[in-house]
Design a protein around this ligand. Structure first.
Ligand SMILES: [Zn+2]
Length: 62
């Protein structure tokens, strides 16, 4: 039961960390992205925050 309590701790989605600045486009909606909370890999599609969370939610639902 103690384990469950740990999981319920509020987590911050985007802690004040170093942001990576650049000039990308969302692979899903085509929106311009100027900064990312993580380092983007050139061989992977980049998504804006909205599409990112959308995809995450979709995965969780399945
Ligand atoms: Zn998008």
């Amino acid at each position: 039961m103690a384990f469950e309590k740990f999981n319920q701790e509020p987590r911050k989605d985007f802690p004040p960390r170093k942001m990576f600045k650049g000039d990308w486009k969302c692979a899903d909606c085509g929106k311009e992205i100027t900064e990312l909370p993580f380092e983007p890999s050139p061989d992977r599609p980049i998504y804006c925050r909205e599409c990112w969370s959308k995809r995450r939610t979709q995965r969780f639902e399945r």
